[in-house]
Design a protein around this ligand. Structure first.
Ligand code: FAD
Length: 610
């Protein structure tokens, strides 16, 4: 596969070449301090000693954004390489739930989800807000479905609607209570052969070959006695038995997504170089023409005839950048994002004068700092029989609110006299007896080391619990008494918990009149420490609707593209629905590849499905 550049394209490339201003606005020094961070000491690198290689397109980062882009570019006839810093591919994508939010796609249409482009447009406008340029929002909505059609055609991946997983603001104009999220159908990872061993590990360990989907998870949280949980367990057991018979290794969630994309790359002959971190961008005549990398510890120069895509994820694992850009208290201990995500690509773009945005924000979520790592609470806050309180023992947010909003409320309220960090998720024995909690089946005692680590507490009454966690006892007693009265009426007069279809998705339908509200009245009582965790950061390089990296004045940096969490994402400060990080990451990766491989003036030219 050659460059395939037409005379017109060559002209455009040349026209794009502007005066070199590559060092404008560059931070003077980069010292990202984390063990995983590559020290960008380019002065020491001598180009003459480099191994060199040349491709049409270089993609840095092997998550959803990078692999979708590389696949697209390869199918457009370009030569492309994916560079991955760590020893495994898939980044946070492989750790994730694998949900994809891309309104109007074929899978949703086939599932009968009633939606229109107008509804999706007004919803995204409301949710993403004014900060996000309309052209970015429109690009996501316009190209997301074509991107998914392409991925479905070019990989063994199959997707299914997650029934009823409501948009996170389903009552907003254009929001859908039925949901717009799709997820991978369990996928046989054996098709990857030896490459399967290099798939990044999932966030929560699952026994080998057990494939649980998002749709299953909703019911499993309700405990083994709920009929839908029984059904989900039977399905999972059936899947396991069948795959064992057939010698398959089933994967689900983000494992399936990353493996499916990787399978597409294998079939298309796209190399993925592991242990090959991007160190720096190479500029010639005002255009990004390649990258400096380390390959197996040795410097190398990779030329990119058409351009470079930064898809290196966020900077959640870089404590220095977090402290520089984000609100205290912050660090790297509470994130569930991939270990390689230290913002290298963002920093490299900044050195070329790229604009950044949303650096103070993240895909936040209330999380329990368990000894093995943070546990990101998904269903736990929605299930009835718990409240989340601050240091005054008071509720401060609808516990079931979308996870980004819940953490925004933690930071907004945090004050020396009334800490909201940590907050406390307080629940009673009935809640513990009924529901799965932080991955533990109902009734199972919480592990002793969770107590010794100070992540959870238990006491025979609320007063003793308050004393143990250092929360105002009178405040907690009043809060629980008031909350218990809400549970009787079914109306949370304080924060409206259970009003939204999103709250109710992870509620318990057996509990009436409100599936999110039950009294806390059965001793002993428990408190889990809640910190502002995240799935990764969401700020990064500013880009346009073609995923081109922009300078502060809005001009693109020729040859440089960004997608996924390395870019300032199209969701603004919000989270439209399950999959609202991966959907845009894949779509803007796809758009970057279209632009990098499209003849001048032909933008919007979608890929013909192979
Ligand atoms: C537990 C969990 C559950 C989640 N569930 C969902 C969900 O269901 N739906 C959803 O939309 N989002 C979900 N997310 C968030 C989502 O996974 C991420 O936002 C998304 O995968 C980011 O994709 P990406 O391609 O930008 O980055 P990543 O997938 O993180 O990939 C970036 C890659 O770049 C590599 N890299 C970093 N620096 C360099 C360098 N210098 N050179 C080369 N490579 C480099 C990293 O090692 C990494 O492999 C979840 C996240 C987690 C942790």
């Amino acid at each position: 596969m050659g460059t395939g550049l037409t005379a017109d394209e060559r002209e455009r490339v040349e026209a794009d070449q502007t005066e070199s201003d590559s060092a404008e606005g560059a931070p003077a020094e980069l010292d990202t301090a984390e063990s995983n961070t590559v020290k960008l000491d380019t002065a020491e690198l001598n180009t003459a000693e480099f191994d060199t290689a040349e491709f049409d397109i270089v993609v840095a980062g092997s998550g959803a954004a990078g692999m979708t882009a590389a696949l697209t570019a390869a199918h457009r006839g370009a030569t492309v390489v994916v560079l991955e810093k760590t020893g495994s591919f898939g980044g946070s994508t492989a750790r994730s739930g694998g949900g994809i939010w891309a309104p109007g796609n074929t899978v949703l249409r086939r599932a009968g989800v009633a939606d229109t482009p107008e509804l999706a447009r007004s919803y995204l406008a409301r949710v993403a807000g004014e900060d996000v340029p309309a052209e970015l929002r429109d690009a996501l909505l316009e190209h997301g479905p074509a991107m998914l059609d392409f991925v479905l055609a070019a990989t063994p991946l199959r997707l299914a609607w997650v029934p009823g997983y409501a948009d996170y603001y389903p009552e907003a104009p254009g929001g859908l209570a039925s949901g717009r999220s799709v997820e991978p159908v369990p996928f046989n990872g054996s098709v990857l052969g030896a490459e399967l061993a290099r798939l990044n590990r999932p966030y929560l360990p699952v026994p080998r070959g057990v494939a649980v989907t998002q749709a299953d998870y909703r019911w499993l949280t309700l405990g083994p006695r709920h009929p839908r949980a029984v059904l989900a367990s039977a399905k999972i057991a059936g899947r396991l038995a069948r795959s064992r018979l057939l010698g398959q290794r089933m994967l689900s969630l983000g494992q399936a997504l990353a493996a499916g994309l990787r399978a597409g790359l294998l079939a298309s002959g796209v190399p993925v170089w592991l242990d090959s971190p991007l160190i720096d961008l190479v500029v010639a005549d005002g255009r990004v023409t390649g990258v400096r990398i380390l390959r197996d510890g040795k410097p190398a120069l990779i030329r990119a005839r058409r351009g470079v895509l930064i898809a290196t994820g966020g900077f959640e694992r870089n404590s220095q950048l977090r402290q520089e850009y984000q609100q205290a208290p912050i660090g790297t201990d509470w994130t569930t994002g991939a270990t390689g995500n230290t913002g290298d690509g963002i920093v490299a773009g900044q050195r070329l004068g790229a604009a950044t945005g949303l650096m103070d924000d993240a895909w936040w979520g209330p999380s329990i700092p368990l000894p093995r790592g943070p546990y990101f609470c998904l269903a736990e806050r929605n299930l009835p029989g718990c409240v989340m309180v601050n240091g005054a023992g008071r509720r401060f947010v609808n516990e079931s609110a979308p996870y980004v909003d819940a953490v925004h409320a933690m930071y907004a309220g945090n004050a020396a006299d009334t800490p909201h960090i940590p907050a406390w998720l307080v629940f009673d024995q009935r809640y513990r007896d009924r529901y799965v909690f932080a991955g533990l089946p109902p009734r199972r005692p919480l592990p002793r080391h969770w107590y010794t680590a100070g992540a959870v507490f238990r006491a025979p009454d609320l007063g003793k619990l308050a004393a143990a966690i250092g929360v105002d006892a009178g405040g907690l007693a009043q809060t629980v008494a008031r909350f218990n009265s809400f549970a009787l009426t079914g109306v949370d007069a304080e924060f409206g918990r259970g009003d939204s279809a999103y709250d109710r998705y992870y509620g318990d339908p057996r509990v009436r009149p409100n599936p999110n509200l039950a009294p806390l009245d059965r001793a002993p009582f428990y408190a889990a420490k809640i910190v502002p965790g995240d799935l990764g950061t969401k700020g990064g390089l500013r880009t346009d609707a073609r995923a081109r990296v922009l300078r502060p004045d809005g001009r693109p940096i020729p040859g440089l593209y960004a997608a996924g969490n390395a870019s300032a994402l199209v969701m603004g400060r919000s989270y439209a629905g399950a999959g609202a990080t991966i959907g845009p990451a894949m779509t803007f990766g796809y758009l970057a590849a279209l632009d990098l491989t499209t003849a001048p003036g032909a933008s919007g030219n979608e890929l013909d499905n192979p």
